[in-house]
Write a protein that binds this ligand. Structure first.
Ligand code: KG4
Ligand code: ZN
Length: 343
């Protein structure tokens, strides 16, 4: 069976994974703590840390998979979208290794990887996969899209954000409350002790299946400024309720449009993917709505929600089947070409 090494370095996680067929043998992730004190990812620091991490991370992934370099059939790496300096480390390494082993290089769209992570198999674990076509709400730090996945490599984007991504909404709202970066997981855990109906925030009115999150962040900021002017301890005293309320608002916005997408397309296999799909409130809501409306829902395991190379390797597997190989002069792309399909 085909053995593929996946490499992911688009932002601040250096990751390598090995798959055999569709079965994951290893998935190693080195996260960068250096950005925490700056409240966001510093691109220059990210690429330097990727350079330090890439060799040990790949080495560990191969060892954990019990695979020698010479057993590999192809190397798949994230070509974009992402930070140029970060992408360059993974892409250059992948090119060098593919050339030295004389095996194909496969370039992978990071976003396609998030979606296709649903097709990863694991040893000794049975799993139900979405049937094609299915709907996927892709929610990450940089993207929010509703995608009709017609085939493994045939996607149609039916809706997207016109400004901030859902992950940015979480991170920016966390920042104005003085919470650490990235704020999404912090809001998620604090929200568990809060009342989601304690405060209400206006939902944006956006056409079709599109989203907008920048107004929510601004109204949250103005709301807090007013409250803090009256009571300097307002945030501290209401932290859990604030987190629960803002999280509930973001989830309602996301799910309203997803529900519309189901009505419009008639597709009842519904998945979520990307960093924000780790949100426990979003996963619970999707499961509840699935039961209520008779959808088959797919919530990824936490380890496959945030950036990882397993998703790059499985996308590489589908591209390998179609001999979609990259030239060794392939260049990383900060943004992917503006197309409605991922190709
Ligand atoms: O997919 P990802 O790891 O990186 C990108 O491709 O952007 O997504 C990162 C985003 C961040 O905005 C982070 O705050 C958010 O995912 N995130 C969460 C949770 N875990 C990560 N947002 C809400 N709840 C979570 N549990
Ligand atoms: Zn991502």
């Amino acid at each position: 069976m085909v053995k593929i090494l996946g490499i992911e370095s688009s932002c601040d996680d250096t990751s390598a994974a090995v798959i055999c067929g569709r079965t994951l043998l290893s998935n190693v992730i080195a996260s960068q703590k250096v950005h925490e004190k700056y409240g966001g990812v510093i691109p220059e620091l990210a690429s330097r840390v990727h350079q330090q991490n890439i060799i040990p991370v790949v080495d560990t992934a191969l060892k954990e998979a019990n695979i020698a370099k010479s057993d590999l059939d192809a190397i798949a790496c994230t070509i974009g979208p992402g930070l140029m300096g970060s992408l360059l480390v993974g892409v250059s390494f992948a090119k060098g290794l593919a050339a030295s082993l004389d095996i194909p290089l496969i370039e992978v769209n990071h976003l396609q990887g998030h979606v296709l992570s649903h097709f990863l198999e694991e040893r000794d674990k049975s799993k139900v996969f979405p049937s094609l076509p299915f709907l996927c709400l892709l929610v990450s730090g940089g993207h929010t899209q509703i995608i009709v996945v017609k085939d493994y490599l045939d996607f149609e984007i039916t809706g997207g954000t016109i400004d901030d991504a859902a992950g940015e909404a979480f991170d920016k709202c966390a920042k104005v409350m003085g919470l650490p970066y990235p704020g999404g997981p912090v809001i998620d855990s604090l929200a568990k002790a809060g009342n989601p109906d304690a405060f209400s925030f206006a939902k944006p009115q956006v056409a079709d299946l599109n989203y907008s999150f920048s107004g929510l962040k601004t109204s949250f900021l103005y709301f807090l400024q007013k409250k803090v002017a009256a009571n300097p301890d307002f945030i501290e005293e209401n932290k859990a309720d604030l987190c629960a309320s803002i999280q509930a608002t973001i989830i309602n916005i996301l799910m309203d449009k997803l529900m519309k997408a189901v009505s419009k397309t008639g597709i009842k296999d519904v998945a979520i993917a990307g960093g924000v799909s780790a949100n426990s409130g979003l996963g619970d809501r999707l499961r509840r709505d699935g039961e209520k409306y008779g959808w088959n829902v797919f919530v990824p395991e936490r380890k496959f929600t945030t950036d990882n190379a397993a998703m790059i390797a499985i996308t590489g597997y589908f591209k390998y089947q179609k001999s979609l190989f990259a030239a060794l002069d392939a260049v990383p792309l900060v943004r992917m070409p503006d197309t409605k399909s991922f190709g």
